[in-house]
Design a protein around this ligand. Sequence first.
Ligand SMILES: NC(=O)C1=CN([C@@H]2O[C@H](COP(=O)(O)OP(=O)(O)OC[C@H]3O[C@@H](n4cnc5c(N)ncnc54)[C@H](OP(=O)(O)O)[C@@H]3O)[C@@H](O)[C@H]2O)[C@@H](O)CC1
Ligand SMILES: Nc1ncnc2c1ncn2[C@@H]1O[C@H](COP(=O)(O)OP(=O)(O)O)[C@@H](O)[C@H]1O
Ligand SMILES: [K+]
Length: 482
Amino acid sequence: MKTADAATIAGGVPGIDLMEAAGRAVADAARGMCPVPCTVAVVCGPGNNGGDGFVGARLLAEWGYPVRLMLLGSRAALRGDAAVAAKRWAGEAERFDAGTLKGCGLIVDALFGAGLTRDLDGEAKAAVERINASDCPVLAVDVPSGVDGDSGRVRGVAVKATKTVTFFRYKPGHLLLPGRMLCGERVLAQIGIPDAVLPEIGSRSFHNVPALWRAGYPEPSLESHKYTRGHALVAAGSEMAGAARLASRASLRAGAGVVTVAASTEMLPIFKAALEAVIVRAMDDLDDYAHLLEDKRRNALLVGPGAGLGADTRDRVRMALGAGRPVVLDADALTSFETQPRAMHQAIAASDRPVVMTPHEGEFRRLFRQIAEGSDSKLEKARAAAALSGAVIVLKGADTVVASPDRRAAIADNGTPWLATAGSGDVLAGIVTGLLAQNMPGFEAACAAVWLHGEAGSSIGPGLISEDLPDALPGVLKRLLS
Ligand SMILES: NC(=O)C1=CN([C@@H]2O[C@H](COP(=O)(O)OP(=O)(O)OC[C@H]3O[C@@H](n4cnc5c(N)ncnc54)[C@H](OP(=O)(O)O)[C@@H]3O)[C@@H](O)[C@H]2O)[C@@H](O)CC1
Ligand SMILES: Nc1ncnc2c1ncn2[C@@H]1O[C@H](COP(=O)(O)OP(=O)(O)O)[C@@H](O)[C@H]1O
Ligand SMILES: [K+]
C-alpha cells in the first residue's frame, strides 16, 4: 500500500485527496449502518488511519450526525495528511477515557491501520478493550485496530468490528484468520488508486477468486473424447475405502474423462459396487502399482486418501513422483513421511511435473515442523513450505492458502464451517487430481479446486456430508462457466 500510495501521488493525485476519499468511504459505510442519525464516536490514532477518521467525522457532522471525536495522542503531534485532515475538523478532539463511549450509537475505529508496528499496550490497548467492552456496533477503518494486515494475527489485542472498510485491495489480514473474523462484514472501497500501480507493487499474494484461474479452466470441446479429458489414477490402499471412493467420484465430477481406482483384491467389490463409472483394478503390491503406471494415459496420480501409514505408502509416493506425471499427495501419503520429510522433498525435486500437497494444519506440522513453529503467518508458512519442498502447498482450513514454489499464493474465503466433516479433504484431493488430469497447471488447479470445494460446501450448508460434495459440483460449475 505504501508503494501504491507513492505511485498514485507521483502520478499527480495528492495524498490528501486519497485520504478524503478514504474518509468519505468510511462516512458512507457509517451512514449505511445508522441511516437515522445517532451519536457517532470516532476514535482516532496518531497516524494516517486517524486522518481517515478525522475526514469521516467531518463528513458525518456535515450530514447532521452528532459526532464525538477522540484522539489518542496530541493534535499537535499529527503529521502530513493526517495533520491537514485534523485542521479541516472544526470540532474538539477529546481525550479517550472510560466515559466517552456512553450514549453512542456507533463507534468508528480509526486507531491503527497499515502502520501497526508492534503489539498494543498501555493506552492503545486500554482503548481497544474499551471499544470491545461497549455494546455498540463498530466500524473499522482499513483493518480492526490490532490486527496485523500482513498476517491476520492479533498484535496483543484487537478491535472486534461489525464492519470494516478497506481501500483498493484486500490485504492478507482481511482473509486470514483470526483477522477475517474480527473484520465482520468487509467493504472494499476504491479511492482513486489506479490499477496501473499493480505491476509496480508486484504482489504475489492473491484472493482466491475465479479471475485468478478461470482463463485456464479446462472445458471439453466438440472434438473431445474421454481420454483427451485426462485419466486420473487413485491409489486406494487397504484402509478406509470411503476416502478413495470420495476422491474418485470428485475427480470425475471435476472433469477427468476416466478415473481408475487401484485397490487390494479383497477391497475390489466395495469399489465396484459403489462407483459405476470408475474403473477398478487390483493392486496388492508395488509391482501391481508399477504395472498400472505403465499406461501413460493415466496422467494424474493421487496417493493418500485411505492409503495407510508406512513403508508401502512411502514407496508408492516415490513411484508416483518418479513416474513423470502430476501427483497429488494427501493424508497418509504426507504423514508417512513424518520422520523423513527430506526424502519426500528429494523425490519431489526429481520430478519435473507439478506436485500438489494438501495438508491440514496437523499434517503440515508433521512435515514442516520448523516452518510451522517459526512463523505466525499462515501465508508465509505455506510459501516457505512450497519453497522448501518444491510442491504446491494447499494448507487447508477456513482460510485455505495455496502456495507455489514460485512464491505465488492465494487465500480462500468462500468455504463454510460445514466443510469440517470427515472425508471433505478426500473430495478436495480428488478435485485437484481431476483438474491436473486435464492439464491445468499445479497452482491454478489447486486454487480452482479449493474454490470449487468451498462453493460446493457453501451451496449445501447445514447437514452437509462429504458424499454430497461431488454431486454439488455440476451446479457450481454451471454458474462458474456460464
Ligand atoms: N497508503 C495509502 O494508500 C492510504 C492510506 N490511508 C490510511 O493510512 C493508514 C496507514 O497510515 P500510517 O502509515 O500513518 O499508519 P497508522 O496505521 O495510522 O499507524 C501509525 C501510527 O501508529 C503508531 N503505532 C503503530 N503501532 C503502534 C502500537 N502498537 N501502539 C501505539 N502506537 C502505534 C505509529 O507510531 P510509531 O510507530 O511511529 O511510534 C504511528 O504514529 C491506512 O491504514 C489507511 O487507513 C488512507 O488515508 C488512504 C491512502
Ligand atoms: N471451519 C472451516 N471452514 C471452511 N472450511 C473448512 C473448515 N474446516 C475444515 N474445512 C475444510 O474441509 C476440508 C477438511 O479436510 P481434512 O481436514 O483433510 O478432512 P478429512 O481428512 O476428514 O477429509 C478442508 O478442505 C478444509 O479446508
Ligand atoms: K483501524
